[in-house]
Ligand binder design. Structure first.
Ligand code: HEM
Length: 326
């Protein structure tokens, strides 16, 4: 969570917000707690629990930081425009939002900017962190998959840190991430309400029906996936993947409200997995039961305790040639 939060903060604000992390991390945790299980019911019924109090305190702390960053973003923009009015340098997301105009030429208010930023912060870090946590959990139990992953990482990276330009060649790494998103989808269901009567197969849904579409259920359905409970990244080879019906797999949702960060999340998770797995094996600590908890997101109920083992890179052909030359 710490790594993915730092990444999303940096993409949003273009700065390393290390000093704010001490406030942001516990604040987000307090909001997650107040929005899960029984706490969420008490919250919506406005029962004055300690969790509710902590929730509003956390929102206040986040607001202070975010409004502060918006103010300094506006300042920076003003001085940058004064120095170079048409400069087109690398922009963080906040700058893009600050300069965005609607069809009538209006910019966003501080409140709108704050809402966008908080949404991206919340939606953009826990999901990716969970995907990686479940990936390590599955890899630790499937040495044959782990071995194939290591072989790819050694061949493509040869020990150097992965870069975006490596992504087209990190195909198996990408499939490992995709397969984990199938078995342990961080967003395990989405909700919709019908505005007008709607026919689905044999069922006529009246207007105002609440519908739950569950990734967890659909993505483990044997009609779409052979041996659905099996962790098998190879099922994502192009030929098999192309045969899947639309929406048999929808870890990022679909339609007009599809995840806005899907591409970002896939890039981030693939690069993080590559960066860590090329140097470490992750082993599950003994005497623990890892159970999924279906809260807003699909979390490991009591976390996943692991040990890290440094790994040696498998020598590849080019290593041997350079050794011989040396
Ligand atoms: C593995 C990582 C992620 C998963 C599994 C995931 C999943 C989803 C899903 C299923 C939805 C649709 C919700 C619905 O239909 O009701 C969604 C929406 C959204 N996601 Fe993600 N997400 C991930 C990463 C991210 C990242 C990295 C960001 C931003 C940086 C992000 C930002 C958003 C936003 C803003 C929405 C709302 C879009 C809208 O309603 O128009 N997500 N995400």
């Amino acid at each position: 969570m710490n790594v993915t939060l730092r990444i999303v903060l940096r993409s949003l604000f273009g700065a390393d917000l290390r000093e704010h992390m001490r406030v942001i991390e516990p604040a987000l945790e307090a909001i997650m707690i107040s929005s899960s299980g029984f706490n969420s019911i008490a919250f919506f019924l406005r029962i004055p629990t300690p969790t509710r109090k902590l929730h509003f305190l956390a929102v206040q702390k986040l607001n202070d930081i975010v409004y502060g960053l918006i103010a300094s973003g506006r300042e920076k923009l003003k001085s940058a425009e004064a120095i170079a009015p048409n400069a087109d340098g690398a922009k963080d997301l906040l700058t893009l939002l600050l300069t965005a105009r609607d069809d009538e030429g209006n910019s966003m208010s501080d409140q709108q900017l704050r809402d966008e930023v908080i949404t991206l912060l919340l939606a953009g870090h826990e999901t990716t962190a969970l995907n990686l946590s479940w990936t390590w959990y599955l890899l630790a139990q499937h040495p044959e998959v782990e071995q194939k992953l290591h072989a790819e990482l050694d061949a493509v990276l040869g020990g150097r840190p992965p870069a975006v330009s490596d992504l087209p060649r990190l195909q198996y790494t990408d499939r490992v991430i995709r397969e984990t998103l199938r078995l342990y989808p961080p967003a395990w269901r989405v909700f919709r309400r019908t505005e007008e009567p709607f026919q689905v197969g044999d069922y006529l849904l009246p207007a105002g029906s609440n519908i739950v579409l569950s990734q967890w259920v659909t993505q483990r359905d044997p009609r779409w996936f052979t041996q659905p409970e099996r962790f098998n990244p190879d099922r994502w080879c192009e030929e098999t993947a192309a045969k899947l019906p639309r929406f048999a797999y929808f870890p990022f949702g679909g339609g007009p409200r599809v995840c806005i960060g899907a591409g970002f999340a896939m890039m981030e998770a693939t690069l993080l997995l590559a960066a860590i797995a090329q140097h470490y094996r992750i082993r599950l600590a003994s005497h623990q039961r890892v159970e999924p908890l279906a809260s807003i997101t699909l979390r490991p109920k009591k976390g996943i305790r692991v040990t890290l083992e440094q790994r040696m890179r498998t020598p590849i052909a080019s290593d041997r040639t350079s050794d011989a030359k040396a």
